[in-house]
Design a protein around this ligand. Structure first.
Ligand code: PEP
Ligand code: CO
Length: 457
């Protein structure tokens, strides 16, 4: 695929520099940043063009109503919490959710992690004040540290290199897990973590895992050679993050030797956030020229013209799977705001994937000052998203959620109620509140019911 702007010959990885770039850190030492850019440019890409094309083909299936997208992971990955167990546990939850959706709703699930690169955060204010002290805001571990300390908050370009290496080792472990046997369907029971297994959701999951086992034994008894079926033994698991720090993304963008296209080698899929999606901005300009499938977050302030402008910039050729619109409109507003957007995009002929992020439009501060979300609001926004698509006859293509495999208390509610007073118990996120593994699984069951309610075509 060549993009329109690339055909015009105008695009190159640094073309964004001629446009306003929101949410960039003020690097205190420009020379140090340039040295880091040169270093990154000489390092190998983390993903290659063929993979990005394969993901685009899978997302094309989603765009055409034949598969479902599950995009999930941390709000912000951390340089401090990066053990093999944590990566494995996050993968476990996502595999569990996917198994539930595939088995109970009968749709193939495209699995994309917010992982191996999700280290930078857009913020609502450039500084944070505690008492009398005002410091640069925390922008994700790719930029500075979350400790409230002047030295920790100083943007340090060396962190871009650390983010690259942590992404590489995370991706390496994910590739080992997903192709080396751990994601094998005969392992479905092993994905149920101990603290989940004893809960209502965990027991319900065990039943599904038992049924999958029986189905596999049945097929084997019928003489089907299960060992030869690659689809049972390994999964495609893709990486994604918000393409926020453009010096980093530019340095990892390389020409595909086969086709001459530009590929952002930092992840399989990249998205532009709600705060950086302005039409004349650097972020859209950057994403417009790369071959990778891309996403755009769409918040409640987005107008029909904004959304059409994003579609035209990112998907001028109307390629299924190229663009995922990730709406995060809020539980109370999704039913009124989404229909005109769906109509306009359909009218303009863009075969987008519609995905629902039910997290970012439903965040508030608890009475103790913790950023949190109610499980019921998350569920409400998803239900509204499905309802609108059912009424329009369009495909509710996917869900985009923030979760962790750890047993945290960051979002309120769920089958095993977490109350405001519980938030302090295990609140470890470096940015937004995440679903814990039980809440994530609970959500997967409920999505299954929504998928089953859709009319057959
Ligand atoms: C995010 O996905 O963590 C995020 C900041 O989302 P949004 O751009 O939708 O606010
Ligand atoms: Co977030």
């Amino acid at each position: 695929m060549t993009t329109a702007s690339e055909r015009a010959g105008a695009w190159h990885p640094g073309a964004w520099r001629d446009h306003p770039a929101d949410q960039q850190p003020s690097w205190p030492d420009a020379d140090a940043r340039k040295r880091v850019e040169a270093q990154l440019s000489a390092l190998p890409p983390l993903v290659f063009a063929g993979e990005a094309r394969n993901l685009r083909a899978q997302l094309a299936e989603v765009a055409q109503g034949r598969a479902f997208l599950l995009q999930a992971g941390d709000c912000a990955e951390s340089f401090d919490e990066f053990s093999a167990d944590q990566i494995r546990d996050k993968l476990k939850v996502i595999l569990q959710m996917a198994a539930v959706l595939t088995y109970a709703a009968g749709v193939p699930v495209v699995k994309v992690g917010r992982i191996a690169g999700q280290f930078a955060k857009p913020r609502s204010a450039p500084t944070e004040t505690v008492g009398e002290t005002e410091l640069e805001v925390f922008r994700g571990h790719m930029v500075n540290d979350d400790a409230f300390d002047p030295e920790a908050r100083r943007p340090d370009p060396e962190r871009l290199i650390t983010a690259y290496h942590q992404s590489a080792s995370t991706l390496n472990l994910l590739r080992a897990f997903t192709t080396g046997g751990f994601a094998d369907l005969t392992q479905v029971h092993a994905w149920n973590q101990q603290f989940v297994a004893s809960s209502l959701e965990g027991r319900r999951y065990e039943r599904i895992a038992g049924e999958i086992d029986r189905a596999l034994r049945f097929m084997a008894a019928c003489g089907i050679d299960l060992g030869a079926e690659a689809g049972l033994h390994q999964v495609d698991f893709w990486t994604s993050h918000e393409a926020l720090i453009l010096h980093y993304e530019e340095a990892l963008t390389r020409r595909d030797s086969l086709t001459g296209n530009w590929v952002d080698g930092s992840a399989h899929m990249l998205w532009v956030g709600e705060r950086t999606r302005r039409l004349d901005g650097a972020h859209l300009r950057f994403l417009s020229g790369i071959l990778n499938p891309v996403g755009a977050k769409i918040g409640p302030e987005a107008t029909v013209d904004d959304v059409l402008g994003i579609c035209e910039a990112l998907d001028p050729d109307r390629v299924p799977g190229r663009l995922t619109l990730i709406t995060r409109l809020g539980a109370g507003r999704v039913e009124s705001l989404l229909p005109p957007l769906i109509d306009a995009v359909a009218e303009a002929g863009h075969p987008v994937v519609w995905a629902c992020d039910p997290m970012h439009g439903n965040t508030f501060n608890s009475s103790s000052g913790r950023k949190t979300r109610r499980f019921e609001d998350i569920w409400d926004e998803l239900r509204g998203f499905f309802k609108v698509h059912r009424e329009k006859g369009t495909w509710p293509g996917g869900v985009h959620v923030e979760l962790t495999g750890d047993d945290v208390t960051e979002c309120l509610g769920g089958a095993e109620e977490i109350f405001e007073g519980d938030l302090d118990q295990r609140y470890t996120t470096t940015c937004d509140p995440r679903l814990n593994a039980r809440q994530a699984l609970d959500l997967a069951y409920r999505i299954t019911e929504l998928l089953r309610d859709l009319p057959e075509d």
